[in-house]
Design a protein around this ligand. Structure first.
Ligand SMILES: NC(=O)c1ccc[n+]([C@@H]2O[C@H](COP(=O)([O-])OP(=O)(O)OC[C@H]3O[C@@H](n4cnc5c(N)ncnc54)[C@H](OP(=O)(O)O)[C@@H]3O)[C@@H](O)[C@H]2O)c1
Length: 291
C-alpha cells in the first residue's frame, strides 16, 4: 500500500488506516487476526480511543484493553504499527479536557494498551468548558513525559484547532473529522484547508458512513456504483478512493470487523479516480453541478 507522511511528522503510514471502535467484543484470537490482517494489508495506522467499548460488555476502555491484550501476547506487533488513541470523553460530563483529567486518562490508556507510549494522542471532542490553554498544558506535559510522540484533535472546528495550537509547544499533526461520500462537510468547513495550511493530515472517520453506504440508494450511491463499474471496482473502493483523492492528505480509517473486507478495502488505494470522478461525487452530494 502507498505510504504517506503523517502530517508534518517523520512518521510514514499506509494510505488507509484501521479503527478499533467496533472491536471491544472481540476475543483475543479474533482481535489478533483483525490487527494482523490490517497490518499485512498495509494499514499501519491503528486508531482507537479510551471510550470505545462503552455500552458493551467490556465497557469504557474495552477496545484499548483488547488491543493491549493483543500487544501483550505478540509484542512484535507494537513495532509494526503507528498507534493512535484518544481521550477527553467521559460520557457523563460528557467531555473533559481539564489538566487533571487528561493526565490520568493518558496513564490509564497506556496501562490498558500495555505500552509505554502512543504515537498519536488525540483530543476526542472539544470540551468547551475548559480553556484551551489548560488542555494544551496537559498535552505539552504528555509529550514532554514521552507518553505520546505527537498530538491530534478530533471533531474540532478549525477555530478550536487554532485556539489549542496557540498554546501548544508542538504542532498538531492530525485532525479527525467524519468524512465520506455521505458526509462531505470537511470539504467546505475549512478542515481540509487547515490541513494544507499546517501540513497536517485528516483522518477520516466512518469513511463508509459507518455502513450506511450499503443500506441506502440515492444519487450518491448511484454515482459510486457507476464509477465502480467504470473502474472495475466496488462501492467500497470508490467511496474510500473519494476520501483519498482530495488535494489535502486524507487517510480514511475503516472499521469493518470482517477480515476479508479489510483485505478488500486495501485495493481502494490503487483506484485511479480522476478529478472528474471526484467532482461527480461532490455534485451528487450537493444535488447540483459545481458553479
Ligand atoms: N473520532 C470520532 O469521533 C470517531 C467516530 C467514529 C469512528 N471513529 C473512527 O473511525 C473508525 C471507523 O469507523 P466506522 O467503523 O464507522 O467506519 P466505516 O468503515 O465507515 O464503517 C464500518 C461499518 O460498515 C460496515 N460495512 C463495511 N463494508 C460493508 C459492506 N460491504 N456491506 C455492508 N456493511 C459494510 C461494517 O460492517 P462489518 O463489520 O460487518 O463489515 C461496519 O459496521 C473507528 O473504528 C474509529 O477508529 C472515530
Amino acid at each position: 500500500m502507498k505510504q504517506t507522511l503523517l502530517g508534518s511528522s517523520k512518521i510514514n503510514v499506509g494510505a488507509i488506516g484501521y479503527g478499533c471502535w467496533r472491536f471491544a467484543e472481540s476475543s483475543l484470537q479474533e482481535a489478533d487476526r483483525k490487527i494482523r490482517t490490517a497490518l499485512d494489508s498495509g494499514m499501519t495506522l491503528i486508531d482507537t480511543a479510551d471510550i470505545y467499548g462503552l455500552g458493551e460488555a467490556r465497557g469504557f476502555g474495552g477496545a484499548e484493553e483488547v488491543l493491549g491484550n493483543v500487544l501483550q501476547a505478540s509484542p512484535d506487533l507494537r513495532g509494526r504499527m503507528i498507534l493512535a488513541t484518544k481521550g477527553g470523553i467521559d460520557a457523563v460530563r460528557p467531555y473533559d479536557t481539564t489538566y487533571d483529567y487528561l493526565m490520568t486518562a493518558i496513564d490509564n490508556s497506556l496501562a490498558r494498551l500495555k505500552t509505554s507510549a502512543v504515537d498519536l494522542y488525540q483530543i476526542h471532542r472539544p470540551d468547551i468548558t475548559t480553556h484551551m490553554a489548560e488542555t494544551a498544558r496537559a498535552l505539552n506535559d504528555i509529550v514532554l513525559a514521552g507518553k505520546a510522540r505527537y498530538i491530534g484533535v478530533s471533531n474540532f472546528t478549525v477555530s478550536q484547532t487554532r485556539a489549542l495550537q496557540a498554546h501548544l509547544d508542538t504542532k498538531i499533526i492530525t485532525t479527525q473529522p467524519e468524512f465520506s461520500a455521505l458526509q462531505q462537510a470537511p470539504l467546505i468547513d475549512g478542515t481540509l484547508d487547515w490541513c494544507q495550511e499546517m501540513t497536517a493530515t485528516a483522518l477520516a472517520w466512518s469513511p463508509l458512513a459507518g455502513g450506511r453506504l450499503f443500506s441506502e440508494n440515492n444519487p450518491i450511491t448511484e454515482t459510486l456504483d457507476r464509477l465502480a463499474e467504470k473502474h472495475n471496482a466496488t462501492r467500497t473502493h470508490i467511496a474510500l478512493a473519494f476520501t483519498t483523492h482530495h488535494g489535502a492528505d486524507v487517510i480514511p480509517i475503516i472499521g469493518t470487523q470482517k477480515t476479508e473486507r479489510i483485505i478488500d478495502s486495501a485495493k481502494a488505494g490503487d483506484i485511479p479516480l480522476t478529478a472528474r470522478d471526484f467532482y461527480d461525487i461532490v455534485e451528487a452530494y450537493r444535488g447540483e453541478a459545481m458553479p
